[in-house]
Write a protein that binds this ligand. Sequence first.
Ligand code: 0X9
Ligand code: ZN
Length: 418
Amino acid sequence: MKVLLLAFALLATLANAAKVDYTGHKVIRVVPQTEEQFRFLLKLQEQAYDFWSSPTSLGSPVDIRVSPQRYQYLASTLNKVGLTHKIRFFDIGKLIEEEERNIILRRALHSGRVFDFENYHTYTEIEAFVNELAATNALVSSSVIGTTYEGRGIIMATISTGSSATKPVMYFECAMHAREWVAPATCLYVMNEMATKYGTDAEITAMLDYADWLITPVSNPDGYEYTWTTDRLWRKNRVPNGGLCYGTDPNRNFDAGFGGPGASSNACSDTYHGPFAFSTQEASAMRDVILANSGRVVAAVSIHSYSQLWMSPYGYQSVLPADYAEMYRVMTISVNALTATYGTPFQYGNIADTIYPASGGSVDWTYDTANVVYSYALELRDTGLYGFELPPRLILPTATETFNGLKAMAQEIAAKLP
Ligand code: 0X9
Ligand code: ZN
């Protein structure tokens, strides 16, 4: 009965007529070849266009979503600086509809017996899963690390053998950005593997003997819920900014180069940094977890999608951190383990050079302020074929390879900091 009710609630959620309609929206790709074109794209990003991938360097592709109404205008504006474009998606609306159908179909096939890790879930379902795991598994406890603007609890799972209150801690968080759905799905998979294979899987047993694993599957629940009910492509949180525009990007809201390059002071921008550092509950909840475990946190991993990247500080400057050699060493091992799984290529390096300058990000803060050397930001699959609408059938491979990378990372840390 409960399952049926949930299925109806989901259908109602998905069928909501008040949803943002992306019919006819295209994603176009341009490749800047000159400094002028590159700077032009950076300026364009400051305006209200939705960049699915940002300008990173000359010769690297940039994907931009555009409405049918603005398409001709954008195309001719780009032409003026000599930029020609290719259309990657003709109709994002269709892609979103297809995703909804996939989710509903998988749900029907799965028939709701146990939590389906190979499908996407609403925040309510995710909360219920974490609470259920905590209720039934002696290693797991759940806690609420902050309360969002709309009143949701940000739920975190602690996976611990309980053997010591001073053990190292590894912190993992997903979905600081709402639309990056494969990230929370991956966090849930990792949580379940860690919780259910202690004592049977030698690697997992060793990792939990070494450290407590703290996992926040959805760091930005208001934004995440909004992607289900109203706007599949929402990224920020849902705090009103006074005018017509909503939301702060929590991954620009940490006190690490706050307000610097790659963050916007425009409240309508998708990279709006907010009125002051830690103005958002999402960023301050993570800060508080790290500070509460001060001196114990050996790794902090922020999981995003998409682009297939494993990145280390800094984002707010291109100067390399003092610990870069060690960060790089462990990234290399982690990425090799990830790629060895299914051959998925990942690029890696410091944020500012690997993706783009981005200030106020979580991992710069965990490194600078909490001295967490193994502070990493990941961008999971894919590289733009499906983008944020990664089909449910690709969740398990994505989560599996990511977990292999994270296990390799954890083992290196355990060897280095016994
Ligand atoms: O721009 C971001 O916040 C991340 N990319 S995303 O497409 N998922 O939005 C990159 C984050 C790099 N990390 C930090 N700047 N800390
Ligand atoms: Zn992100």
